[in-house]
Structures are given as C-alpha cells and as structure tokens.
Design a protein around this ligand. Structure first.
Ligand SMILES: *[C@@H]1O[C@H](CO)[C@@H](O)[C@H](O)[C@H]1NC(C)=O
Ligand SMILES: *[C@@H]1O[C@H](CO)[C@@H](O)[C@H](O)[C@H]1NC(C)=O
Ligand SMILES: *[C@@H]1O[C@H](CO)[C@@H](O)[C@H](O)[C@H]1NC(C)=O
Length: 320
C-alpha cells in the first residue's frame, strides 16, 4: 500500500503537492481526489459555513456534505466567500437513497442550487434504495444527470455510499461499464481485520477500481468509550509519542497511508490544523501492523444509526 502523490494538472488545479488519489471520472478519465477533506455531518448551515471558511484558511481544498445534512447552503456560502477559483477545490455531496427517478433528479438539481455551483466533483448516492427497480432508476438517473447536456458535466465523478457487493454487482449487471468512482463507508482503526461484510466488501470494491473512502475515521459518532479511543486511547497515543503526533493524527494517518481519503469533522481551528497535518510523517510497518491488527473500536452502530454491517442484510432506508 502506498499513497499516490500527484501534482494537480489539467482540470483539477489543487495546490501543488496536495495529497490526492486518482479516481475514475464520469468520462472514464482519471481525476485527482484529495486525501484530506472536511466532513460536515450534523453541522447546520452557519456552523458548516464557519467551519469550512476556517478549514480553507488552513489549506483544506475538499469538503464533504450531503442533501440530508441540510447544510449545503452554508457550504456554498463559504465557497463563494473564499474567493477561490472553482477549479481550486473539490466538493463531494450526496443525493438521498431510495428516491424514484424524478425525485432523484430534483434532489440532484437542488444540491447544485444550494451549493451555488455549476458542478460538483463527486456526487454519491447516499445509501442503496429498498428495491432493485428503485436502485437501478436512481443510478441511471445519476449517470445521465452527471453527463449534463450542452452546458457540460454536472458531476466530474459519481459513486455510492453504504453499498455492498451485491448492490454493486447489480449496477454492473445493467451497466457493465458503469464509472463508479467511490464507495464511502465507515472505516477506522479497529476495522483493519474486520469481515468484508462489515467493511462493505472493501476488497471487492478495490478489485473493481472503486476507491474505498472512509467516514467516521475517528469513530466520532460511536458510543462511549469508542468515541474517544482514536483520539486519546492508549494505542494511538503511544504510537503518536514516537512521531510527536496526536492520537487522532496517528488514526487518520493509518488511513491515508493506505491511499484512502478521510473527511474528519472539526469546527475547532486547532483540530482542523491537526487533522490536516498528516503528510510530514510516515508510520513504520510495525506501527501500521499494530494499528491494522486492532479489533477495537469495532465497526458499530450507535443510538443514532443502526449497525452499518446491516446495510448488506436489509434494504436500508433510514435517515442519515
Ligand atoms: C447552529 O448550530 C449551532 C451549534 O449547535 C447553534 O449554536 C446555532 O444556534 C445553530 N443555528 C441555527 C440557525 O439553528
Ligand atoms: C416519485 O417520488 C415523488 C416523491 O416521493 C412522488 O411525489 C412522485 O409521485 C413519484 N413519481 C412517480 C412517477 O412515482
Ligand atoms: C512537536 O510538535 C509540536 C506541535 O506540532 C511542535 O510545536 C514541536 O516543535 C514538536 N517537537 C519536536 C521535538 O519536533
């Protein structure tokens, strides 16, 4: 495993050296996806706007939001106020799962409108719909919408979240050349040896060239004590001492060192700076192995959200 360091060229003009990984664009060409971005789950418009403005000052050029987070207007305001050129930042957003084709198209258009953007870099279906007909209609609508008409692409790349292997195989059954760029799922220290089911078939996704992306990379929404284990817990803290890094930096570095993007949420300026500062050290093989071997904190459900492992058992249609 290694980190791809690419220098921004052509379409995506990320700052030189901004750590990124290649993903498959809607037209089949590769594009750069930043390895570090700001997450915004549970932020309202004003908190999202302030947090993103601060993060952009720290050098972040990637933000992750969703229709269901109800903060895209705040995200859009921050991007507009930043003065950055559109090609200088990367925006990921999501359309709710389980919508029929017309409702999907409406939500997709609403995302762009709220973000005040002509296109997003990555548009995900937030979770798989409850029946094959809906799932197919949603994917086909997204594909068509992203291509745009006349005025150009509305999404440079498209993907999924919470999808399992069966859901992805289903897409390939009706669209063998589907350009599925990313599958965004829970991933953090404690899950390095987890079952493929609980990892949402990470190995399968990677074998198909679908980039696995991590959310809850610090187990933030996990129930106590798991929600602090990757910040101040003994494993990450003791490793961090060797590198003069915080526990959270070790937990995030373990992920980006595998070439997997992270989107930790932070509104505090110092935490934003710490979370961004992951690329001036390299975890040794021994330390990577002990982090990969950890079995806690486990992939877990919370009071707010059912166990993600159930995504593959049931037809999920719950709110995020
Ligand atoms: C947004 O969230 C913050 C922090 O929880 C809160 O102080 C603020 O009142 C909220 N704003 C609105 C408009 O709800
Ligand atoms: C699609 O879903 C929307 C929202 O639930 C609903 O209003 C509309 O009637 C549905 N359209 C079709 C064709 O079923
Ligand atoms: C350790 O990290 C802190 C915070 O980044 C920094 O201020 C300090 O100079 C570092 N110490 C050493 C010995 O590198």
């Amino acid at each position: 495993m290694f980190v791809f360091l690419t220098l921004g060229f052509a379409f995506g003009e990320l700052p030189r050296g901004y750590p990124s990984v290649p993903i498959t664009g809607i037209d089949g060409a590769l594009l750069d996806m930043p390895l570090i971005g700001l997450g915004t789950w549970q932020y309202n418009d004003s908190v999202a706007e302030a947090a993103l403005l601060s993060a952009l000052q720290h050098g972040y050029r990637h933000v992750d939001t969703a229709n269901n987070y109800k903060n895209q207007a705040g995200v859009g305001n921050a991007l507009a106020k930043s003065g950055l050129k559109r090609t200088e930042f990367f925006v990921t957003t999501k359309v709710p799962g389980n919508l029929n084709a017309s409702a999907t198209e409406q939500a997709l258009d609403q995302d762009l409108k709220l973000l005040q953007l002509d296109y997003v870099d990555l548009m995900l279906i937030h979770w798989p719909g409850s029946d094959p007909v809906t799932r197919r209609g949603q994917w086909e609508t997204l594909e068509k919408w992203a291509q745009g008409t006349g005025e150009g692409k509305k999404a440079r790349a498209i993907g999924i979240s919470h999808y399992c292997r069966t859901h992805v195989e289903e897409i390939f059954s009706f669209s063998p050349n589907a350009k599925i760029a990313v599958n965004q799922n829970q991933y953090h220290v404690g899950m390095g040896t987890d079952t493929q089911k609980r990892l949402h078939d990470k190995a399968y996704m990677e074998s198909k060239g679908i980039l696995f992306e991590a959310y809850s990379s610090l187990c933030g929404p996990c129930d106590p004590p798991d929600n602090t284990a990757l910040i101040s817990g003994p494993l990450v803290t003791s490793i961090g001492k060797k590198y003069n890094k915080t526990g959270a930096q070790v937990a995030l570095r373990w992920i980006v060192q595998q070439g997997i993007p992270v989107i930790p949420k932070a509104s505090d300026s110092q935490y934003q700076a710490d979370n961004f500062n992951l690329f001036d050290f390299y975890l040794s093989g021994v330390d990577m192995l002990s982090l990969s071997s950890a079995t806690t904190p486990a992939e877990t459900g919370t009071a707010q959200e059912p166990d993600d492992a159930q995504d593959c058992d049931f037809e999920p249609d719950f709110l995020f």
